[in-house]
Ligand binder design. Structure first.
Ligand SMILES: C[S@@+](CC[C@H](N)C(=O)[O-])C[C@H]1O[C@@H](n2cnc3c(N)ncnc32)[C@H](O)[C@@H]1O
Length: 448
């Protein structure tokens, strides 16, 4: 069993590299089998997520200090250099000598003894350079040559995302957004008012030593920070007192505004974050039809429903494009569409590398198709909420504009909400993470 956090991080990063495994899945599997104390578990997690997230910046350091470019280096050597540079550049709590020496050790234990001198040399060269330089962040101007590349190398994002942010936000806010996405995510809870109150949960969590504070404008929300431990062991989890859900995602069901006794269809429901919120807002009356094509995610929805003890949810598995029986049947429909997740890049370390400009185009097509389909399910006079956790116009504004231009019986219904600063003149709720300090989201309510 592995007890060395750096060796374990190396093996996990190699697995991600070789097999394209998702970072969170690879980490989770390995940590379950490893024999590590809590401090070393945290270090392994930090090293894996950090190296994945900062891949481009770490490659840029290899490019700067080695004769061969990062992509020409042997894969295992490149991972060891990533681990070394990551500790030196981003983990101030680790002494530089420990970062260098353990990286040299990694080379020796993983069949690269002949290159251990090179590892030692390049990391020490970086350290000498760092001592000389007094500037840790780039001062950039919009007309800088190679601006995108400099931003990408420093903040570790792909060019195509940066190009689009620069266009939408300008340079200063793009840097703020990059920085925001590079920090560790916080955890928000949504209190189940059918079981308890926010005050009770807040007090219980404080008694358990957790940092917790309310979130403005959301009466059921709490934000946790600092060290939290295992979620399932927190007070109230087993009793169904709360659900983990980011504050911006909590706005979605409030905008849907479901009323007790209504017939609601949640078209893309799994794992049920919003379905269960809708049920709570309706005091567990009426019917909520929760549809999704992913069976494993629907299983999680079922578990959440059981834990929260909600009876009003019915599950229907399948591709909603093939469903024909729901036309004109729902008072309200929620379409929480599959999307690129560009508003939640801080939550999944590898998400920024998995999507491309091309696959945003493909998603956009699917989103348009799902909207056309599910709009038919709404009774005349009813409502549809379209939501995504991305902040890309192709998946948001363009979808709604195109839908409205082809469906004259629909219009945007302006929501009355306290969060006026995120409401655009067209009536869209557009949450930018660095402005509102929550996940990026797009929400719009349409009326038939
Ligand atoms: C953004 S997630 C939904 C999250 C969920 N609403 C929540 O709050 O927990 C999008 C979901 O759409 C589902 N999906 C994508 N295409 C679908 C289709 N054609 N038919 C049914 N479900 C689909 C995915 O399986 C995924 O679970």
């Amino acid at each position: 069993m592995n007890q060395n956090p750096r060796q374990l991080a190396f093996l996990i990063l190699r697995d991600i590299e070789r097999r394209g495994t998702y970072a969170d899945i690879a980490l989770d599997q390995s940590l379950r089998q490893a024999d590590l104390n809590p401090v070393n578990r945290r270090l392994t997690t930090e090293l894996v997520y950090g190296c994945v997230r900062r891949r481009r910046s770490l490659d840029a350091l290899i490019d700067q200090f080695a004769q061969k470019k990062s992509h020409q280096q042997q894969n295992d050597l490149r991972i060891i250099l990533h681990l070394g540079f990551y500790q030196l550049a981003y983990l101030s709590q680790i002494p530089a000598s420990a970062a260098v020496n353990t990286s040299v050790e990694l080379a020796k234990t993983n069949g690269l003894s002949g290159l251990s001198g090179f590892v030692n040399g390049i990391l020490r060269q970086y350290l000498r350079q760092q001592e000389k330089s007094d500037q840790n962040y780039p001062i950039l101007k919009l007309d800088d040559k190679n601006l995108i590349q400099k931003l990408g190398d420093f903040y570790s994002f792909p060019d195509w995302i940066l190009e689009y942010w620069l266009n939408e936000l300008g340079l200063e806010e793009t840097q703020q957004l990059c920085q925001w996405f590079n920090q560790s995510p916080t955890i928000d809870l949504r209190i189940n008012p059918l079981k308890t109150t926010r005050e009770t949960v807040e007090n219980e969590l404080k008694l358990a030593g957790i940092n917790v504070k309310p979130i403005p404008h959301l009466p059921q929300a709490l934000r946790l920070s600092g060290s939290i431990g295992e979620i399932q062991k927190l007070p109230g989890y087993q009793q169904g007192w709360w659900t983990i859900q980011d504050s911006s995602a909590q706005w979605v069901s409030h905008l849907l505004d479901p009323q007790p006794g209504e017939m609601i269809i949640d078209a893309c429901a799994a794992p049920g974050g919003k379905t269960t919120h809708i049920a709570e807002l309706m005091q567990d009356t009426g019917i909520i039809l929760a549809c999704d094509r992913a069976k494993s995610r629907l299983k999680k929805l079922q578990q959440n429903q059981q834990r929260l003890q909600l009876k009003s949810i019915e599950i229907k598995a399948g591709d909603i494009r093939t469903f024909s029986e729901y036309n004109n049947s729902a008072d309200r429909v929620l379409l929480d569409a599959p999307c690129s997740g560009l508003g939640t890049l801080h939550r999944r370390a590898d998400a920024r590398w998995r999507h491309t400009a091309e696959n945003v185009q493909e998603l956009s097509q699917l989103q348009g198709e799902l909207l056309e389909k599910t709009a038919n399910w709404v009774k005349p006079g009813g409502y549809l909420v379209y939501a995504t956790c991305t902040i890309h116009p192709l998946e948001n504004e363009r979808i709604i504009e195109s839908f409205l231009s082809q469906n004259s019986d629909w219009k945007i219904d302006l929501p009355e909400i306290p969060l006026q600063e995120v409401l655009t003149p067209e009536g869209y709720l557009k949450v930018w993470p660095h402005r509102q300090n929550m996940d990026g989201f797009f929400i719009v309510r349409l009326k038939r």
